[in-house]
Design a protein around this ligand. Structure first.
Ligand code: AMP
Length: 414
């Protein structure tokens, strides 16, 4: 006997109530986002590897360690998408969306792939719902985007939320700050974790994400990017904050917040949920005013977020919907009646009923009625040697019926 295979580590099958819950997240996201003018987009599951190297940044964890990259039979290097923003920006350019009225607002719910250490709330294939508004640097875009994510969490009953907010300024400010930070890290190099020390020149901001006690102590006394912002960035950040204040959305300004991807400029934010364990981030995003240029497009500002669907479901209220009702179950006594029974079930569905046919050769009528009951069927058609009977399951009332009028009867009585 050959060995039975399992789903790869870090992936999961989505079944039954879980599948219904995913569908519900998508439906509610559509409600929230389409009300604000976001249009659905679906990009391919894989892209040219270079899109992420250039867009997300070669020194980021995602690009350095987490991508599923492969060469196809045509010799091209492709990568399963680890995130959604770079692909959406690529599509924006490829389809000339800069010619549309700006900003162009796009949303998605798709699966993403990262080679990460699998644990509760962290998978190697996971789903994100995301929203991107491209073509405006107005602080109202940032504030609206954050509010929409807060509204989505609210409609999904995500509990224990905390919103952290910061600004990373422009790339120029960041470049100047980077040097200051490297200097500070260098002065305290012996206290840093090996990883942070080794990557200090390539990506010093990652030190802010470290859990290492020594590194945290060094970071606590480090100069903060938020204090280094120029006046235009500061003004932009103040405007975002005012709009959030006006909307009574609580947040904490957190100078320690740096996000893992290189493309962020100005506003960054992250929602955490106390309901989650170590993997607390439930959704986050920010502004990426330089990304489209990185992808060889014209200077184009953008702002967006992504939220993890599995974590929403872990931290939110149960979303299971009642299974689809079965209006009619079609049972029959012997193989010679299969064709008539099959036609009846098909016609019932064409008439708009939820109808299922007996497919497992259960005993007639006992086993079939038991199964129909388990499915919660309202009516059962029993096709036997003596004709057709229609049974109403809740009352047990059973009447002989001509098969022609049966569907109309169920439609009338259901
Ligand atoms: P990021 O693109 O890293 O900012 O992630 C956005 C959101 O996606 C996070 O807040 C998580 O909710 C979710 N997420 C990111 N990585 C994973 C993962 N490996 N497994 C499950 N959810 C994830």
């Amino acid at each position: 006997m050959s060995e039975r295979l399992k789903a790869p580590r870090g992936t999961r099958d989505v079944l039954g109530e879980q599948a219904a819950a995913y569908a519900e997240v998508e439906q509610r996201a559509r409600g929230v986002l389409e009300a604000a003018g976001y249009e659905r987009i679906e990009t391919p599951a894989f892209e040219a590897t270079e899109l992420f190297a250039r867009g997300v940044g070669p020194a980021t964890d995602v690009v350095e360690k987490e991508m599923y990259t492969f060469e196809d039979a045509g010799g091209r290097s492709l990568t399963l998408r680890p995130e959604g923003t770079a692909p959406v920006c690529r599509a924006y350019l490829e389809h000339g969306m800069s010619r549309r009225p700006q900003p162009v607002k796009l949303w998605y719910m798709s699966s993403f792939f990262r080679f990460e250490r699998a644990q509760a709330g962290r998978y190697r294939q996971f789903w994100q719902v995301g929203a991107e508004a491209i073509g405006s640097d107005d602080p109202a875009v940032d504030a609206e985007s954050i509010l929409l994510l807060a509204e989505l969490f609210d409609t999904l009953g995500v509990r224990g939320l905390r919103l952290r907010l910061s600004s990373l300024g422009t790339p120029r400010t960041r470049a100047l700050y980077r040097e200051q930070l490297i200097e500070h890290l260098n002065r305290h190099a012996e206290q840093l974790s090996t990883e942070v020390r080794e990557r200090m020149q390539r990506n010093p901001l990652r030190a802010f994400d470290s859990d290492h006690a020594g590194t945290r102590a060094v970071i606590a006394t480090a100069p903060k990017l938020l204090d280094a912002l120029d006046s235009a960035d500061r003004e932009h950040f103040t405007a975002v904050r005012e709009l959030l204040d006006d909307a009574s959305l609580a947040y904490e300004v957190d100078p320690m917040l740096v996000r893992g991807l290189d493309y962020y400029t100005r506003t960054v934010f992250e929602f955490e949920s106390a309901e989650l364990g170590a993997q607390r981030g439930v959704g986050g995003g920010g502004r990426y005013d330089g990304l489209i240029e990185q992808l060889a497009g014209p200077p184009t500002p953008g702002c967006g977020w992504a939220a993890g669907v599995e974590r929403i479901l872990l931290a939110g209220e149960p979303l299971a919907r009642a299974g689809a009702p079965v209006d009619l179950y079609v049972g029959f006594d012997a193989p010679q009646r299969r064709r008539v029974a099959f036609a009846l079930a098909t016609q019932a569905r064409q008439a708009g009923l939820h109808a299922q046919l007996e497919l497992a050769g259960r005993s007639f009528p006992k086993g079939q009625l038991k199964h129909a009951d388990r499915l919660g069927a309202r009516f059962v058609a029993l096709l036997g040697a003596d004709g057709v009977a229609l049974r109403q399951m809740d009352t047990g009332e059973q009447t002989e019926t001509a098969s022609e009028g049966l569907i109309a009867q169920v439609l009338r009585r259901r």
